[in-house]
Design a protein around this ligand. Sequence first.
Ligand SMILES: Cc1cc2nc3c(=O)[nH]c(=O)nc-3n(C[C@H](O)[C@H](O)[C@H](O)COP(=O)(O)OP(=O)(O)OC[C@H]3O[C@@H](n4cnc5c(N)ncnc54)[C@H](O)[C@@H]3O)c2cc1C
Length: 346
Amino acid sequence: MEKILLLLHVNSDGSLPKAALEAVTAARDLACALPASTWTLGLVGAAVERAAARIGSCGAGRFLAVAGDDFAFPRYATDALAAETLCRAAEATLVVAPATSRWMRALPGVAHRLNAPVDSHAVGVEVNDGAVTLRRWYYRQRIEAVQTRSVRPWIILLDAGSFKPWSGEPSAPALEMFSVGVPDALRRTTFLGLQATEAGEQTIRPDAPLLFVAGAGWTKKQKDGQVHAEEASALILDFVRRSQCSLGSSKSLVDLSSEGQAVLPFLTHLHQVGQTGSTPRHPKGLATCCHGEEPHVVGWRFINERRAVNLDPNCGWARGKADVLYVADAFEVIRKVNELLRDYRT
Ligand SMILES: Cc1cc2nc3c(=O)[nH]c(=O)nc-3n(C[C@H](O)[C@H](O)[C@H](O)COP(=O)(O)OP(=O)(O)OC[C@H]3O[C@@H](n4cnc5c(N)ncnc54)[C@H](O)[C@@H]3O)c2cc1C
């Protein structure tokens, strides 16, 4: 019989990250698919009552918690201690957790202490022929794998954006609190603060509703025979800041910087979407001045609604790769859209 433990950490303001609510859906579905299983929820944070009440009606049989100031912020030593305590208390055979940066750092160490395997980047956990399986992508090989393990306990980290966030009536559950003595040696690392990227232009922001992709066309000669890289920079940044979208790029555009050509200085390889870049999961995507070649578009496989602006009616997007292709000059389109956004905000 599987004993499922869903491990969640609580934000410093007492709320739960969106990835935690998605993991609740995953654990609940898994427990429903394994009728003989039990499922327990484990919470870690400074104060966990508010978070517990938020998900109190999710169906978990027990709610365990490790709480206190030592667990307010991410720190490997104390996070691993709390997670290990909860795994042992629940006698978990299957530990499921959202792949937040906090758990991605702490849970591999916990796995070592429990002599358990740990798998990350799971985008699905299911039951197939009675066996628990996870699904994950091997992007470079463009393979989706279904994997299982017989060893227990087994820890699975779920990628954000793979499940619908759980929502239900708030209800305060009976909490079983575990007091954990924290030796001074585990407090050697001090949490100073979080540095968030500015308005989403420095890296891809997974939580944004829209992914805006800039292609190499922004830096190519335009109809007047001139390159307009500075104007392209200004238009793109204005759009990103006004719409609060996430910024991505094609490989050609980020490669240009290393070749000394006219570039958009804020784009780096961290923005690259595609076969050798990232595979974001935004609900909508808008590609501009990007041809839509297969190695790029393969990175769009999880984007639900795809639109593109390109001068070329025969570009890759026109060949079934986009839902809507606007055959238009992206400079003109984005200039107009920025004007509309400016009017809309004022
Ligand atoms: C092994 C391998 C891996 C690869 N991995 C990746 C990857 O991970 N990601 C990736 O992106 N690429 C990848 N590539 C490269 C990919 O094949 C393409 O070369 C690249 O995506 C092209 O980038 P682009 O569309 O921005 O540029 P281009 O092909 O130069 O296209 C520019 C486009 O801009 C349009 N344009 C120009 N001016 C305007 C305007 N004013 N308005 C509207 N449209 C305009 C043009 O019509 C053109 O379609 C890979 C290639 C290989 C071989």
